[in-house]
Design a protein around this ligand. Sequence first.
Ligand code: DGI
Ligand code: FE
Ligand code: FE
Length: 191
Amino acid sequence: MNLDEIIQATKEQMPHSRWEHTLRVRDTALQLAEKHKLSLPKVEIAAILHDYAKFWSDEQLISWIKKYKLPSDLLQYNKELWHGPVGAEVARQKWKILDEEICNAICYHTTGRPAMSLIEKVIFLADYIEPARNFPGLDEVRHLAEKNLDQAILQSLDNTLTFLISRGQKVYPLTLLTRNYYLELVTNKAE
Ligand code: DGI
Ligand code: FE
Ligand code: FE
């Protein structure tokens, strides 16, 4: 597995603007990784691959979810939730990446999950705070991410849930479980 080859193939899966987002996620993730003494090459691969399947057709995403027995409940929720788990499967099947931390960081970058590893947290947050993002409440999450990753994750999930509810959209149960987990973690630590 060669990083240049992965970069070239990833670039070909998406429009240029999405590739630029990917590069900003990589840079943001590497900054966080350095601060938290994480393996930079692992973080870089996860960041490059995180949106690999974002522009795949519904048919292609559905066929991977079925073929590789990814959670079938995904199909009852927003299509936006499919590209993470499928991207992780691409990492395994196409790029032979067997490092579970890298695959999980790709898999859970949209929903998060309870008790994420440091690399999962870094990819999850870098995707949310990269410099060109512009969500309501983003400055607070950027600020929190400098001091406490768990608080930043909680705030970003609260923002996402508020956004989904305001648009009348379904919430994927894992998104909610993740939010509740980090709420408890942050609250108990503060006591
Ligand atoms: O792929 P990106 O745009 O870089 O970012 P992402 O993978 O975090 O996807 C964000 C989208 O996913 C955003 O529009 C909100 C949506 N999303 C996150 N959690 C849920 C969700 N959508 C639904 N319907 N339900 C969720 O639980
Ligand atoms: Fe994504
Ligand atoms: Fe992304």
